[in-house]
Design a protein around this ligand. Structure first.
Ligand SMILES: Cc1cc2nc3c(=O)[nH]c(=O)nc-3n(C[C@H](O)[C@H](O)[C@H](O)COP(=O)(O)OP(=O)(O)OC[C@H]3O[C@@H](n4cnc5c(N)ncnc54)[C@H](O)[C@@H]3O)c2cc1C
Length: 280
């Protein structure tokens, strides 16, 4: 295997990576991809952590240089990797929640529990800033009261708008969960959730800035809440990108939920070999 992949979260800790590799160039691009479990600890694989603007280094640039994958590590049919990838993505967020719960609730005594906690702590270390990237709407009222800004009518109005949006989004998510539990397929609520998470995160950054003023820029122990507010401001842009950008999400909502005409696609049926690419 040869190639390069940006953004792989936790690749520097991982024993295995999920690899989508092009195995057939003579069929259209969504076919001809195979899904493999790639052993990360081998001479042909290098994972280089990337330092983010919030100071953390959660994801990596991964280089594959004549890396080897045994045929037995193919997951699903050869050439059917796209379907396996879609199934993986549908489960991505859920498994993350399960690990967080294990980290919070694992209080058992003894070696097995200690080792489990150490393992979960290592897996979760890249994610300590994730609450901040969601914008921390939970801190808004407390901060407004602590700074005296809760008396400012403009700030109060912005807080009310933000909290109404956050609450309505939470109810929509609950409706979607109830529909799934009742055996109904995921509806438009699910598609809108990701987009609203971005809207809320950005609105939080705006309101935290209104409340904290220029102090919001101070990081570490010098800043409000030991730098949490500054960390929010430099972490929220991630939500609009990770797991699919806002623009792609809007395309999905317009095409699959509202039934609007699709983006013109010129290469979906061409053999991948004939799809124009950059010269390299
Ligand atoms: C915090 C974080 C963690 C991540 N973790 C992982 C990980 O663990 N593993 C992993 O594989 N990836 C990970 N990613 C990568 C992430 O999934 C991608 O960055 C994201 O899906 C966008 O893809 P891209 O970077 O190729 O952007 P592009 O697809 O190149 O998009 C560039 C810009 O063009 C816009 N655009 C692209 N196509 C269209 C279109 N058809 N219509 C309108 N606008 C369009 C996009 O919205 C964007 O603004 C992570 C990203 C972040 C920020």
């Amino acid at each position: 295997m040869n190639g390069q992949k940006l953004w792989s979260t936790s690749a520097h800790h991982a024993k295995y990576g999920m690899l989508l590799a092009r195995t057939n160039w003579d069929v259209p691009k969504h076919r001809g991809i195979t899904y493999f479990a790639l052993e990360m600890h081998q001479p042909g694989v290098v994972a280089k952590p990337l330092k983010q603007m919030n100071g953390h280094a959660s994801f990596n640039e991964v280089f594959l240089n004549d890396a080897r994958v045994p045929a037995a590590n193919a997951i699903g049919e050869v050439g059917n990797g796209w379907a396996v990838a879609l199934a993986t993505l549908a489960h991505e967020r859920r498994s993350f929640d399960v690990l967080q719960r294990a980290a919070r609730t694992g209080r058992g005594k003894g070696r097995a529990y200690d080792e489990q906690r150490a393992e979960v702590a290592e897996i979760m270390a890249p994610y300590t800033w994730y609450p901040q990237r969601a914008g921390r709407a939970d801190l808004i009222v407390e901060r407004a009261q602590a700074t005296g800004k809760s008396k400012d009518p403009v700030v109060r109005q912005e807080i009310a708008k933000l909290l109404s949006l956050a609450r309505a989004t939470e109810w929509t998510a609950k409706r979607a969960r109830a529909a799934r539990m009742a055996g109904r397929p995921p509806g438009p609520e699910g598609s809108l959730g990701k987009l609203y998470a971005s809207e809320i995160a950005r609105a939080c950054a705006r309101v935290h800035t209104l409340i904290s003023g220029t102090d919001a820029m101070l990081s570490g122990a010098d800043g409000p809440l030991e730098g949490i507010i500054a960390e929010i401001l430099v972490s929220v842009p991630a939500v609009s990108i990770a797991g699919g950008t806002d623009e792609i999400q809007r395309n999905i909502v317009s095409e699959r939920v509202l039934g609007m005409p699709k983006d013109p696609v010129i290469d979906a049926e061409k053999p991948f070999r004939d799809v124009p690419r950059n010269k390299r």
